[in-house]
Design a protein around this ligand. Structure first.
Ligand code: C2G
Length: 446
């Protein structure tokens, strides 16, 4: 019996896939089809897959060509599978010509003709509008945002707004966009807005964009008061628009897995979360400017508080801060947030260096995420009995903004107002804690 194996995502299964499966089956007597898992696809940069793995498996089965369906979940699995299932022929479409020659060591490799004129990418593009995105602000993070949109289907940045003409034009030139200095002209050209302007302008720009009927992705710190956050989320709801806080770590694959592992009880009851984030910034810079809401708490509070709130929830009892101020901004802030059954602390620095790790302690074990934990790609679950320890590795691609952009567009396309990766009430809770600090509640200067 000749055994054939082939692999694919098979998203929005189409005639090209069906032809490929038929041809693969014709090469032998028994066809094994490896369907990629959702996390494997995310790991290899396929961020826009529409059907989940179960739907894709069902679609492959429905073609009637597969004698057996398996899940492909890791790099290198093809070699294992070929040996494990005693495969004679590995078949794949001609778009992969030459890429799988290394499998010749284990079985025969056949590249089958690809069906021209159809692909999942085309089908996704047809079923999904391309969103014209406008960027407000042209600073460091805005520059990083641009290349990240290129890897997300359906995202096309078309315009930039900066009241300072030369800055708007320089940014537009660099990225091939239209430059605007007036909000009213800019907003008419776009469907959705990414706000990466100075902190103090976030609220105003977000409100005006929502009022103009545009979806909003707003950089951190989102806004600087709980009232403003509530008002904006209410406005978005009323207008049936997506408003999302750009808390990048919340949307990255590894951090999401940490949260689900913790919630599933892998380290028992969580009793303590410690999160630190420090980035030394040389003057003169916005981060060290009090007039632009600089300071460690405004800069790094949002991501750090996001981790604590995702892990322990929004029902904290009390919050206190110790802070070191220089020239009107906190160069270091340490905070403690107590919950009825747990405690947590954070240390943030822009003029004081700290270890930037995240440690989640539970009654059975702890999770250690080394610095920089906010660009999570690795963590370890540790126990008293070290033989039970487990390390988890993930990819954190590019600047890591692609995950939030993808989630934002997916919410728009699928008409979702809320995302479990960062709930609106969690975003409001983060803002509330930052506001308490800004108001000097329970703040001790050192
Ligand atoms: N295919 C085809 N004709 C098309 C589109 C796709 O013959 N018009 C083939 C591909 O060449 C591949 C299979 O259909 O053999 C599945 O394609 P995808 O779903 O795009 O999956 P892919 O990313 O190619 O997965 O480990 C995964 C595999 O390495 C490849």
């Amino acid at each position: 019996m000749i055994k054939v194996i082939t692999y694919g995502t098979y998203d929005l299964l189409h005639q090209g896939h069906i032809n490929l499966l038929r041809r693969a089956k014709e090469l032998g007597d028994y066809l094994i089809v490896g369907v990629t898992s959702d996390s494997f696809d995310r790991g290899r940069g396929k961020l826009n897959v529409r059907n989940n793995v179960l739907e894709r498996v069902e679609a492959v089965k429905a073609t009637g060509y597969a004698d057996e369906v398996i899940i492909e979940d890791y790099l290198g699995q093809k070699i294992d599978d070929i040996q494990k299932y005693d495969v004679d022929i590995f078949a794949i479409g001609s778009d992969w010509e030459g890429k799988f020659d290394y499998l010749n060591e284990y079985c025969k490799v056949v590249y089958l003709p690809r069906t021209e004129g159809i692909s999942s990418t085309m089908l996704r593009a047809e079923s999904q509008d391309v969103f014209r995105i406008g960027v407000i602000g042209s600073g460091r993070i805005a520059h990083r945002f641009l290349p990240e949109t290129k890897v997300v289907n359906g995202a096309e940045v078309v315009a930039v707004l900066n009241p300072e003409k030369e800055k708007a034009e320089a940014f537009a030139k660099m990225h091939g966009l239209e430059a605007f200095t007036e909000f009213e002209d800019f907003i008419q050209k776009v469907d959705a807005v990414y706000i990466a302007s100075p902190h103090l302008s976030h609220y105003d720009y977000a409100k005006r964009s929502l009022q103009a009927g545009k979806h909003v992705l707003c950089e951190i710190p989102f806004v600087l008061s709980k009232e403003q956050a509530l008002e904006l989320y209410r406005l978005a709801e009323e207008k049936n628009l997506v408003l999302m806080e750009a808390s990048k770590t919340a949307y990255c694959p590894a951090f999401g897995h940490i949260v689900t592992l913790v919630k599933s009880g892998i380290i028992g009851d969580v009793v303590d979360v410690k999160a630190s984030l420090s980035k030394m910034v040389p003057p003169p810079t916005r981060e060290l400017d009090a007039a632009q809401a600089g300071g460690a708490m405004n800069e790094h509070g949002p991501l750090t508080l996001m981790a604590i709130i995702k892990l322990l929830g929004i029902d904290w009892k009390d919050v206190s801060f110790h802070t070191k101020i220089e020239n009107g901004v906190d160069i270091y802030t340490k905070g403690v947030i107590n919950y009825p059954h747990a405690t947590s602390s954070f240390t943030l620095g822009i003029g004081v260096k700290t270890e930037g790790n995240l440690v989640i302690s539970g009654t059975k074990g702890y999770i250690y995420v080394p610095a920089p934990w906010w660009l999570t790609d690795f963590f370890e679950v540790r126990y008293e009995d070290q033989t039970k320890n487990k390390k988890y590795f993930y990819s954190y691609d590019g600047e890591g903004l692609r995950y939030e952009i993808q989630e934002w567009l997916s919410m728009i396309v699928n008409d979702r107002r809320s995302c479990y990766k960062l709930r609106r009430r969690e975003s409001v809770a983060i803002t509330e804690i930052i506001e308490k600090y800004r108001n000097g509640e329970n703040v001790t200067e050192i």
